[in-house]
Every structure is written in structure tokens, then in C-alpha cells.
Design a protein around this ligand. Structure first.
Ligand SMILES: *[C@@H]1O[C@H](CO)[C@@H](O)[C@H](O)[C@H]1NC(C)=O
Ligand SMILES: *[C@@H]1O[C@H](CO)[C@@H](O)[C@H](O)[C@H]1NC(C)=O
Ligand SMILES: *[C@@H]1O[C@H](CO)[C@@H](O)[C@H](O)[C@H]1NC(C)=O
Ligand SMILES: *[C@@H]1O[C@H](CO)[C@@H](O)[C@H](O)[C@H]1NC(C)=O
Ligand SMILES: *[C@@H]1O[C@H](CO)[C@@H](O)[C@H](O)[C@H]1NC(C)=O
Ligand SMILES: *[C@@H]1O[C@H](CO)[C@@H](O)[C@H](O)[C@H]1NC(C)=O
Ligand SMILES: *[C@@H]1O[C@H](CO)[C@@H](O)[C@H](O)[C@H]1NC(C)=O
Length: 635
């Protein structure tokens, strides 16, 4: 045993910013895949209980209920000969020789499904559970413009106003593109020189007060393959196009966007070299009909450390509508490139089209809210991000960010103007594979999380987990939950909650439970010591369950006359004797202190084997429980 370690650990103090709570969630609301799905595409329509998951030659239609998950499997098989030929000639990608579903989108009440189809992408229509060929007369681009040929190539698809949009990442000889691939409008694409080996991370429709001003934002990384060793090859980007874009004229940009603009997105502190340039994932949440909202991006650096940066949609919009164009120094008179117009039958004049073609980038760079990444001091490697806003009892909206990790965990983070507070970490899965997909349903209040082996649904508001005291409820800082002093319960803020009634309490801007009453006046909980009889020569490690990782834990003996160290083992803080502090018979109490309030968690009365037993020893705690904890800890 490490004596120095033990000697210094009289009490365990965690950083205030690590997850405050850690939960292991064992709901019945989970679906197990029969075989691992290493690539998946999910589609979820807000307000429903159905999740579509596209996997290897199959679409799973999963209906979640309180009792469990109903599944319907829709096979989307591919030509067996093509599959065998692919496996025979492929040197590296044998595992990708199948029909992996890459697109599931609802366009005009019709489901469009596309798959890699062993390197020759193909699309289908899906009606209920029946797949059909895309009709010959459908206005739809070739499937190779919609789906990548192999599942490891990232692609994004998006349905808006009866049209389907796709973004294909660059691979090998393919340059990568952003396209409109179906719908009433012209089918358009990006010019090759506008994008430098893009790798797509997300896309979203940005609403506007007038329908014709609506845009789509695409988020991606660009890679300069000829960058010198000292140069950062990655640049994070955001690009936008107008939904009303109808392309250029015969000689200039005939089949290309005429409203395309892109900008550099920074994620790092100010102008320090510590920048994260590779954006892996992005999630945008906007108001219904207004151009306000927030974008969260998941970035990594060359050492694969992941961080999160947040951006204001207003800032991005402002940059696109006012910035100078890179490399263009003449004044911009008349039609400004990137303006969405109502009259799409009249494209801008050729002069402006030339400016648009040759100057796709704006000079302004997009910087994160607060000028730096969110302060999330965890060692976790993030793989996915989604977010929601919750209406709190003070009438304000608070951002809640959900981060999926490489170990199959999810962090729930409250992001206020001042800080990022990790409300909790939940472990959801039987095995620890990375989180491959996440979908959020703000209307119904659900989060869907998937790994290669399982899909689970968890509620966004899960207030009973925080315990039954005012302090525990308030200190959770979960904006979905409030303390109801009348019912003495931690409750979800109901839809349409009347904020003027003040029936529920929260403290979201800071951890402050003074609302629950004066600490000094509060009665501290005491516990009845559990009796433990042990052998004086054997190891004794008394466990104390950890509730809050923001609390300070310590062991005290015999009415606080002596303090003992507390060492973390899993979700316990274990009393571990050292040669300097040998165990003696007596009562040991585990005390937790948080936000100025000290409370007893558990207590034991330790008696050595062979000592005379007091009469009160009716039952004794099983020694094996303690030994199990001891073994865990000794490993
Ligand atoms: C979908 O199938 C139903 C019958 O199952 C049919 O009535 C309906 O017209 C079909 N819809 C489309 C868009 O083909
Ligand atoms: C969607 O509907 C619009 C108008 O109803 C039509 O013009 C468009 O072609 C449809 N899109 C698809 C993919 O069927
Ligand atoms: C890529 O990097 C090289 C070396 O730094 C530079 O000369 C070149 O201009 C860069 N290419 C682009 C498109 O930025
Ligand atoms: C739209 O453009 C056409 C062709 O240039 C023109 O005839 C028409 O007047 C314009 N309509 C509006 C509302 O500006
Ligand atoms: C909210 O509560 C206040 C006072 O309790 C009441 O006057 C008001 O009518 C309520 N508002 C709504 C929309 O119910
Ligand atoms: C906690 O909140 C109370 C009232 O809301 C305030 O008076 C007090 O100063 C706060 N405590 C801290 C440490 O900010
Ligand atoms: C601890 O305090 C209780 C009551 O205050 C008392 O009965 C007991 O004898 C004390 N134990 C020791 C070891 O001081």
C-alpha cells in the first residue's frame, strides 16, 4: 500500500468541475443488435417514439415504449455477386463490401433511403416497411451524388422544404461536394475549387422571418494535403447557401450555387497557437422562425484531444452579411454575394457571378462564445454532441449539452454564460464501445444514444435520480428539474409552467442551495451504525457510497475524535487504515460536505472477532460485502 498516498488523502476533494454525479442507467428501454453495427445512420422525427437506424443491409424501425422496444427489420440487400467480387478485389475494405445505409430522410412525406450498395450507391423509396425503386421520372440526382460508395466516408443529408440536400466528404479522387439532389428547384452543386478535401460534420436549416431568406449551414473540416510539416493541415469551416438558389447562367456557374459563402471557424483561446482545427461533429439549435440560436462544435487537435466550442448564430449571420470577401478589394455595390433573393428567375448579373465564383470565402473568422472552448476538465474523448434548451423557472432558456464518449458514456452539461457545469455522467451500456449516434427529441423530452451493439432511450428530465431533499435537487443544477416544497419532491418543470407562481425552485447560475434554508438551522442526518465483526488480522476496508463527486468525504471515529483517510474505489470512498492509523474498535462515520453543509452518509461499529458482543448486535453486516470492496480497491 502506498503510505504517502493514504497519508495525504485524509479527505477526498474533487475538482468542482468534474461530473457531479455518476449514474449507471439500467432501463428496459434498450435494443440490442443481433450483430454489431459499426456504421449507422439514424433518423428521428421530433414528437414520435420511432427511431430509424440504418445499418448493414438493414433498416431497423424501433418503436420505444415504456415497456420496451418493438423492432421491425427491413432488409435492404445487395447483389451477392457484387459483394463477393468486392471482397475478392478489396485489399483493405472487405468489411465495407455490403450495402450500408447512409441516408434516411423524409422528403414530402416520402422516405428516401440510400445505401453504399458495394461501392455503387443506390436509393429507394420507403413506404411504411416496403421498399421500392425510385421511379424513373422522380427529380432526383444519381445516387452517387447522394450517398458515398463506402460507409467510412462521411456524408450528411438534410431534407428541407420538399428538397433533399447532400454533402459528401472528399475521398481519394472524389473532391467532395454540397448538392441539392432532389426537389422542385434546380439540382445544384459546389464548384470543386470552393472546397479543399472537405470532411463533413453537420448541417442545419437556418430559419428566417421571411421564408425566402432561409439558408442551410454546412459545417466541415478542410485538409490541406500539401501543408508543410509545421503547418496545421486542418481548417474548420462553415458554409451557407440559400434555399431559393436556382444556380447561375449558361456560361457561368450553370449548375452551381450562386449564394455559396464559407468562413473559417476558430476554436481555441484568442490568438494563441493552442487551436483546435478539426471539427468532427456539429449541432445547431435555432428558434422556430428567427435567426437566433447556437451552434456547438466538437473539435480535435493533432493529439486527438477533443473540446467543445459554442457559437452564436447571430454572430455567424452577421459575418456572412457584412464581411469583406477574401481576395476581393473593390467595393461591393448592388447585389451582395450570398444574399437570398425572392426573385429567383433573375440570377445576378455575370459580373457578380464572377465575384461569387472566384471569392467564395469571407475574411472574418467565426470565434466562439466566451472566446475559448468550454471548460470541461475531463479526460474523456468525445465522439458525439447534441443539445437542447430548457425553459427554467426564472423564465430563461438554458443550454444543456449532451456529449457521447469513446467509452460509451454520456455527459450532461449545463452551459451558462459563465461556465460549463457537468451535471452528471451516465453509463448506459453493457460494453464500453464508443457512442456512434445520438438523437434528441425536445418535444417529447428523450435522448437516443447508440453504440455498435445497443440503442437506448433516456429521458431528458430524470429528476427523481437527484434524491428526495431540497439541497440535492437544487445542487443538481439540472434546468429540467425544480424543487417543489409543497410536495417535497424534485420534479420536472411541467410544460406551460407559470413562472409567476414560484411553485418550483432552482439555482442554475451558481451552486447555491441557500434557497433550501439556513445551513446552521438544518438538522444533520444521522445514521444507525451497522455492526461489523472482523478478524483483527484480516484487511478491513469500510465502504461509503459516493453520491456527489463535488462533495468532500472523510471518515471520523468515535464522535469525531479521530479522522481517517478516505480512498476512492469505483463509486465508494473506502476507509483504509494505515500503519500510522491502525484500526481500533469503535464507531466510524463517513461524512460528506458540500456547499457548506456536512452530512453523515453511513456509519459502522467495528468489533474484533472474539471481543464480547454488546446486546444490540442483532444483525451483522456480511463481511463479504466489505471484502469485495477491499479486493476491488487492492487491485
Ligand atoms: C404507401 O402504401 C400504402 C399502402 O400500404 C398506399 O395506400 C399509399 O398510397 C402508399 N404511399 C405512397 C406515397 O406510395
Ligand atoms: C415535393 O413536393 C414538391 C411540391 O409538392 C414537388 O415539387 C417536389 O418535387 C417533391 N419532392 C420530391 C422529392 O418528391
Ligand atoms: C497548403 O499548404 C501549402 C504549404 O503551406 C501552401 O503553400 C498552400 O497554399 C496551401 N494550400 C491551400 C489551398 O491553402
Ligand atoms: C423577377 O425577374 C424577372 C426577370 O428578370 C422580371 O421580369 C420580374 O419583374 C422580376 N419580379 C420581381 C417581383 O422583381
Ligand atoms: C400565473 O399565475 C398568476 C399568479 O399566480 C396569475 O395571476 C396568472 O393568471 C397566471 N398565468 C397563467 C397564464 O396562468
Ligand atoms: C446564495 O443565494 C443567496 C440568495 O439567493 C444570496 O444571498 C447568497 O449570497 C448566495 N451565496 C453565494 C455564495 O453566492
Ligand atoms: C458519543 O456520543 C454519544 C452521545 O452523544 C455518547 O452516548 C457516546 O458515549 C459517545 N461515544 C464516545 C466514544 O465518546
Amino acid at each position: 500500500m502506498n503510505r504517502i498516498l493514504l497519508a495525504t488523502l485524509f479527505s477526498v476533494v474533487w475538482a468542482e468541475r468534474t461530473p457531479r454525479l455518476k449514474f449507471v442507467i439500467q432501463e428496459t428501454n434498450r435494443f440490442h443488435f443481433e450483430k454489431p453495427e459499426n456504421y449507422m445512420t439514424v433518423y428521428h422525427k421530433q414528437g414520435t417514439d420511432v427511431l430509424f437506424v440504418g445499418g448493414q443491409a438493414v433498416i431497423y424501425m424501433l418503436t420505444f415504449t415504456d415497456k420496451g422496444v418493438r423492432d421491425t427489420k427491413i432488409p435492404v440487400v445487395t447483389n451477392q455477386n457484387a459483394k463477393e467480387a468486392c471482397i475478392a478485389k478489396s485489399t483493405w475494405g472487405k468489411l465495407e463490401c455490403d450495402n450500408f445505409i447512409t441516408v434516411i430522410e423524409e422528403v414530402n412525406d416520402t422516405f428516401v433511403v440510400c445505401g453504399t450498395n458495394v461501392g455503387i450507391p443506390k436509393c429507394w423509396f420507403l413506404n411504411n416497411t416496403v421498399l421500392s425503386e425510385v421511379p424513373k421520372d422522380a427529380r432526383m440526382a444519381p445516387a452517387s451524388d447522394i450517398s458515398p460508395p463506402f460507409p467510412s466516408h462521411r456524408s450528411i443529408s438534410l431534407s428541407a422544404e420538399g428538397s433533399l440536400y447532400s454533402a459528401l466528404s472528399a475521398v481519394d479522387q472524389q473532391k467532395g461536394s454540397i448538392r441539392r439532389v432532389s426537389g422542385a428547384g434546380r439540382l445544384l452543386k459546389t464548384e470543386n475549387k470552393w472546397l479543399l478535401n472537405p470532411q463533413f460534420a453537420g448541417a442545419a436549416v437556418i430559419p428566417a422571418s421571411h421564408k425566402y431568406k432561409e439558408e442551410i449551414y454546412f459545417i466541415f473540416s478542410e485538409i490541406n494535403k500539401t501543408a508543410s510539416v509545421d503547418d496545421e493541415p486542418y481548417r474548420a469551416r462553415i458554409a451557407r447557401v440559400c434555399l431559393t438558389d436556382e444556380g447561375g447562367v449558361k456560361n457561368i456557374l450553370p449548375d452551381s450555387w450562386t449564394t455559396f459563402l464559407k468562413a473559417r471557424v476558430m476554436c481555441g483561446s484568442g490568438n494563441t497557437p493552442q487551436q483546435y482545427n478539426n471539427i468532427k461533429q456539429a449541432y445547431i439549435l435555432t428558434a422556430q422562425e428567427k435567426r437566433t440560436g447556437i451552434m456547438y462544435g466538437l473539435f480535435s487537435n493533432a493529439w486527438e484531444k477533443t473540446v467543445v466550442c459554442a457559437y452564436s448564430i447571430e454572430d455567424i449571420d452577421q459575418a456572412f452579411s457584412t464581411s469583406k470577401l477574401k481576395g476581393y478589394n473593390s467595393p461591393l455595390t448592388g447585389h451582395r454575394p450570398g444574399t437570398c433573393t425572392m426573385n429567383t428567375t433573375a440570377p445576378p448579373n455575370t459580373k457578380i457571378l464572377e465575384v461569387i465564383r472566384d471569392h467564395p470565402e469571407i475574411e472574418d473568422v467565426i470565434r466562439p462564445i466566451g472566446g475559448a472552448p468550454l471548460d470541461l476538465p475531463t479526460e474523456d474523448h468525445f465522439t458525439h454532441i447534441v443539445m437542447d434548451t430548457a425553459l427554467a423557472v426564472n423564465g430563461e432558456h438554458y443550454s444543456v449539452v449532451y456529449l457521447g464518449t469513446e467509452q460509451g458514456k454520456v455527459l450532461k452539461v449545463l452551459h451558462t454564460l459563465d461556465e460549463a457545469f457537468i451535471i452528471s455522467q451516465f453509463s448506459l451500456f453493457h460494453n464500453e464501445g464508443p457512442v456512434l449516434s445520438m438523437a434528441i427529441d425536445s418535444q417529447k423530452g428523450h435522448l437516443y444514444v447508440g453504440t455498435s451493439t445497443e440503442i437506448q432511450r433516456v429521458p431528458l428530465a430524470d429528476c427523481s435520480r437527484y434524491g428526495d431533499s431540497c439541497r440535492e435537487c437544487i445542487l443538481s443544477r439540472d434546468p429540467y428539474c425544480g424543487w417543489d416544497p409543497a410536495k417535497k419532491k424534485c420534479l420536472a418543470i411541467p410544460a406551460g409552467y407559470n413562472i409567476t407562481t414560484g411553485a418550483l425552485s432552482q439555482s442554475l447560475d451558481q451552486s447555491n442551495a441557500s434557497i433550501c434554508g439556513d445551513v446552521k438551522a438544518m438538522k444533520s442526518r444521522t445514521t444507525v451504525p451497522k455492526d461489523v465483526i472482523v478478524d483483527s488480522k484480516g484487511p478491513v476496508l469500510l465502504p461509503c457510497p459516493i453520491r456527489s463527486y463535488h462533495a468532500t468525504y472523510r471518515w471520523e471515529k468515535d464522535n469525531f475524535s479521530k479522522r481517517y483517510p478516505c480512498t476512492v474505489s469505483g463509486t465508494s470512498c473506502v476507509l483504509a487504515p494505515s500503519p500510522d492509523l491502525p484500526l481500533k474498535e469503535g464507531v466510524f462515520r463517513c461524512m460528506a460536505e458540500e456547499d457548506g453543509f456536512k452530512q453523515e452518509v453511513v456509519s459502522y461499529r467495528l468489533v474484533y472477532n472474539g471481543s464480547p458482543l454488546p446486546a444490540s448486535f442483532a444483525s451483522t453486516l456480511s463481511l463479504s460485502v466489505l471484502l469485495a470492496a477491499a479486493t476491488l480497491w487492492l487491485l
